[in-house]
Write a protein that binds this ligand. Structure first.
Ligand SMILES: [Zn+2]
Ligand SMILES: [Zn+2]
Length: 341
């Protein structure tokens, strides 16, 4: 188990660091020249292009406080553009056919639920933005002492990120974000909080992109709190980067598409279809704490209790535990084999 856990930790950590490193490198390359030229052709002319440049570096890594207007604009644009594109590509005909072989549950969620998810997500983006405005106020008025701030997370001269800073920031963001998500999520699965708060997120038991940020307002505040809690140790650029990450990351776990051969792609889908397993954003903490979904373990006493709790949690949102990946069939066969022994 230790080897597999270490392996997953390494894979996830390297994957995240790789993405940050590539984006950071591309952004740095074009930083001096004012950004990546987008080459949008003039209508009618075809040979000239509009002088539009994407300043990727400063879009991602920016260490100065921003106005509340630009925070709202950034967050709503990021959320609306990315989630709409994912929805249009994977859930709207005719192009959704291309993705259908990778759809984990072959049914598509009802339109009424998607509308609810959209408005709940929009409320979540507002909560994230309010927290980010508060964080900007804290930094611009020096309300938190920088005594505890980790110097190796500070940007270099002229706001440039060096390799050591990038490596430390990637490792720290992954370890902190993954632990915060896992433990707050387990807390949200306690009886009262599930029934009164987290149940809303689980109405999407066949998730689609808009399910990712579809939460009760209290859950949205808990989810986004992982960014402001970093204020004590991290510089503003990193807290800001974490806010953007928290807006984008749920897309991966809630796309409803993946491959059964790759655990990272179905890990959170199983949480939605089976309720009381796989709490983590990556599988790491679930493997450490033994809460990963594994039908071969369901005959154990603790797992049986967890399974019974899953059935009760599913019932509260009008769902039954789905039978799409091994699951209940194996549970029954394991239980029956035990009985006949
Ligand atoms: Zn949950
Ligand atoms: Zn979810």
């Amino acid at each position: 188990m230790l080897t597999s856990t270490t392996c997953k930790l390494t894979t996830m950590g390297l994957g995240m660091f790789g993405i940050i490193a590539v984006v950071g490198y591309v952004g740095t390359l074009y930083r001096e020249s004012g950004g990546i030229p987008l080459n949008i052709p003039y209508a009618g002319n075809g040979t000239d292009s509009l002088p539009v440049k994407l300043q990727l570096y400063e879009t991602l890594i920016y260490d100065k406080p921003c106005s509340w207007r630009s925070i709202l604009l950034e967050n709503y644009t990021l959320w609306f553009v990315l989630y709409s594109l994912a929805h249009l590509a994977m859930y709207v005909e005719p192009q959704r056919k291309l993705f259908r072989p990778f759809k984990l549950n072959k049914m598509y969620p009802k339109y009424e639920l998607i509308v609810k998810e959209f408005f709940r997500s929009a409320r979540g983006v507002m909560i994230a933005s309010a927290l980010e405005v508060g964080v900007n106020h804290v930094y611009s008025n020096h309300l938190v002492s920088d005594r505890w701030r980790w110097s190796y997370l500070e940007l270099g001269e002229g706001g440039v990120i060096d390799f050591k800073c990038l490596l430390c920031a990637g490792v720290f963001a992954y370890l902190w974000g993954d632990a915060h998500f896992y433990w707050t999520h387990r807390w949200l699965h306690t009886k009262w909080l599930y029934k009164n708060v987290h149940k809303i997120h689980h109405e999407s038991f066949n998730p689609d992109p808009w399910s990712g940020l579809s939460m009760h307002w209290f859950e949205s505040a808990v989810y986004f709190s992982s960014a402001p809690l970093m204020c004590m140790f991290a510089p503003l650029w990193m807290v800001r980067f974490t806010f953007k990450g928290l807006l984008v990351f749920p897309l991966e776990g809630h796309s409803g598409h993946g491959s059964w051969a790759l655990e990272d792609t179905w890990n959170h889908y199983i949480h939605h279809s089976k309720f009381n397993w796989n709490y983590g954003s990556s599988p790491t903490w679930d493997h450490i704490m033994g809460t990963n979904y594994d039908p071969s373990k369901i005959s154990g006493m603790l797992a049986k209790e967890r399974y019974a709790e899953s059935i009760a949690q599913a019932k509260l949102v009008g769902a039954t535990i789905s039978d799409d990946l091994k699951g209940i069939a194996e549970y029954k066969s394991v239980a029956e084999t035990k009985k006949s022994r």
